[in-house]
Design a protein around this ligand. Sequence first.
Ligand code: B12
Length: 231
Amino acid sequence: MSAAESFAQAYLDAVLAGSRQRARAVVDDAKAQGVDIRALYLHIFQPTLREVGRLWQENRITVADEHLATAITQALMAQVFSETFARTEGHARTMIAACLDSERHEIGLRMVCDLLEMEGWETTFLGATVPSVSLAQMVQTRRPDALALSVSLATHVPRLTRAISALRDALGEATPVIVVGGRPFLHEPALAETVGADVVARDPTDAVERLKEHFASAAGLAPGTIDSPET
Ligand code: B12
């Protein structure tokens, strides 16, 4: 068991008890033991939220309990990130990130943005339920290097496919690299091609690698040799 995993149960207990203070104390202890932000996100917050979802699905906790666990985790993510993160100087690649239309699950995408920021990216996180038309307008104006789209519900996949297609029609060659992720893609990565994405990743660490590979191959370089837009 990793150091982070040994704190996951205590964190789950704290959020199920609805105690932000206890949850905060677990995070502080974990940080004091050398658990970094990636491990906090992926080995403490992520499994906790998934377990909360399971308990909720089985009617063992209420929607209110889930909302409280979610709210505590979002607050702690914001706190931990602002305490930990210091922008490094450099020529960052840029990314806009959104959950389209009626998609409300935004935490996974926020993790992707926070951890890419730590890799030197400059991300614009728009969060949940972003209308595809206004997203297209923002992409057209800001021209990011990448557009990250997250879906948690399989029923939202057809809408995502239409939005990506409309974006490609509108932007043509200027379409940013489109990277997708979320539950349906965890189960079926090949779905990414069906929806018209360029890149799919299962978590933020994977996203960093896949994006590096994508930009390297687009530039005709061996993967791993590209770290900034200049190279
Ligand atoms: C919190 C939560 C909510 C919150 C979301 C709040 C918020 N602000 O985000 C609220 C209450 C709004 C909600 C609503 C609903 N939810 Co909900 N929710 C959850 C819960 C408990 C946690 C989600 C989460 O944050 N997980 C943790 C994150 C870190 O994991 P992740 O999303 O998979 O993200 C990781 C990867 O997938 C990947 N990733 C994600 N996005 C992207 C994007 C890119 C570009 C990349 C590269 C990678 C990537 O990286 C992330 C980090 O590793 C899940 C349980 C679960 N198993 O996840 C249910 C769950 C997803 N919800 C579910 C359901 C059914 C619903 C509702 C339909 C319930 C209802 N009847 O109203 C609604 C639908 C709302 C909507 N229209 O979108 C089901 C879905 C089941 C299914 N078969 O699809 C789940 C699985 C619960 C369950 N076990 O039944 N939910």
